[in-house]
Design a protein around this ligand. Structure first.
Ligand code: PLP
Length: 424
């Protein structure tokens, strides 16, 4: 067997494989629906007896090609796209955890994910126990209950930049017979592959580095195929017992390693409808082609900027996992030796007021509710993305009131540093 392609090659060549005379570039199948010769054929598609496209809420060829590329990059067995990262995280959990279930959640996850689970999914009857990602193993294990269905964490937390101890989390999840779901948005599969360290499901906000140009919202879910759902039918009845809405199909029996993604796309996407538009999938694919080049530059620039900030007299603290003084330097070196991401958090000696004043003086770096794209940008999470949290929740999420989140872009690093210098 020939050697599998490296990630740089996958980014450019995978997904769309044109046949003789077909377009070289992934076409945008801008069609909600697909034509069939016989009604019987269409019926078989509805019963999942045959694979094929019939309605773009369930599947679309453009989106599927891009999902395939992301699947290969993560080293998974099946993947799907969603309309946003929020939808990806929602589906990833809800696919295996229904009313009466319980989730163990890392406290430092993105504010939107925290809210999704602890407020909205709580209303759906799902319980959550929030854990400190740095807690010792024994402490972590205390969070599990008989009705726990999954553990959820981020490989690099937004914005606390906590690097996940993957092996500790995977061991705790598997010891309690549930999968580990990891949101791998910040390092991207270029810098980190959570499946290598025991994660079972990976999610992405493709809106961030993968798209990379702040053009299109999107999400992705990838299954490693490693978690044996059928070993725990009482915990995962949705996968292991008949689905009445598909004439009694049992996903694990019919689809094997693709059971989890098939259920999420055939059932959740059918009923909840957060499909990624073909145009967005096309733009995402363009972004993915240059992802390795951009991640390298993001990491190079962020390292220089973090070093600059660390020695500046007005800066109180800098958090970047690439700095040898960082608490997460060791974990970052182990799990992401090529680099982490372009996001840095820091605080000023003048506190929250000085932070806001400094941000207003920036000219190259823009204040935007976004992170992880080609242009340098800043945000004050306590006033923006995390403003729904109280002081205690902010502390647990690793968000200090003076924390500035700086997303270092791919411009010339000297220009980024000059902008910060004049603003400081
Ligand atoms: N996960 C992480 C780590 C994020 O940073 C975000 C958004 O910032 C999301 C999920 C949500 O993604 P989206 O904005 O695409 O819905």
């Amino acid at each position: 067997m020939s050697k599998p392609y490296e990630k740089e090659t996958i980014c450019v060549q995978s997904g769309w494989k044109p046949k003789n005379g077909e377009p070289r570039v992934l076409p945008i199948y801008q069609s909600t629906t697909f034509k069939y010769e016989t009604s019987e054929q269409m019926g078989r598609l509805f019963d999942l007896e045959e694979s094929g496209y019939f309605y773009s809420r369930l599947a679309n060829p453009t989106s599927d090609c891009v999902a395939q590329k992301i699947c290969e990059l993560e080293g998974g067995v099946a993947a799907m796209l969603t309309s946003s990262g929020q939808a990806a995280n929602y589906y990833a959990v809800f696919n295996i955890c229904e009313a009466g279930g319980h989730v163990v959640l890392s406290s430092t996850v993105y504010g939107g994910t925290f809210n999704l689970l602890t407020v909205t999914m709580k209303k759906m009857g799902i319980e959550v126990t929030v854990v400190d990602p740095d807690a010792p193993y024994e402490e972590l294990c205390k969070a599990f209950q008989p009705n726990t269905r999954c553990v959820m964490a981020e490989s690099i937390a937004n914005p606390a930049l906590v690097v996940l101890d993957f092996e500790k989390f995977a061991r705790a999840a598997h010891e309690h017979q549930v999968p580990l779901i990891v949101d791998n948005t910040f390092p991207t599969p270029i810098n980190c592959n959570p499946f290598l360290w025991g994660a079972d499901i990976v999610t992405h906000s493709t809106t961030k580095y993968m798209d990379g140009h702040a053009m299109s919202l999107g999400g992705a879910i990838v299954d490693s195929g490693n978690f044996d759902w059928s070993a725990y039918p009482d915990k995962f009845p949705g996968l292991c017992t008949p689905d009445e809405s598909y004439h009694g199909i049992v996903y694990t029996e019919r689809f094997g390693k693709a059971a989890y993604i098939t259920k999420a796309s055939a059932q959740l996407m059918r009923d909840l409808g957060s499909a990624q538009a073909p145009m967005n999938a096309f733009l995402l694919n363009v972004g993915l082609e240059t992802l390795p080049l951009r991640m390298e530059r993001h990491c190079y620039n962020a390292q220089r900027v973090a070093e600059f900030l660390e020695q500046h007299e007005k800066v109180a603290w800098v958090n970047y996992p690439g700095l040898p003084g960082s608490r997460y330097y060791g974990l970052a070196q182990k799990y992401m030796p090529k680099g982490t991401c372009g996001v840095i958090s820091f605080g000023l000696k003048g506190g929250r007021r000085a932070a806001e004043e400094m941000m207003d003086k920036l000219s190259l770096a823009a204040i935007v509710t976004h992170v992880a794209d080609a242009r340098t940008c800043v945000l004050h999470p306590a006033s923006h993305t995390h403003r729904q949290m109280n002081d205690e929740q902010l502390k647990e999420a690793g968000v200090a009131p003076d924390l500035i989140r700086l997303s270092v872009g791919i411009e010339n690093v000297a220009d980024i540093i000059a902008d910060l210098e004049q603003a400081l």
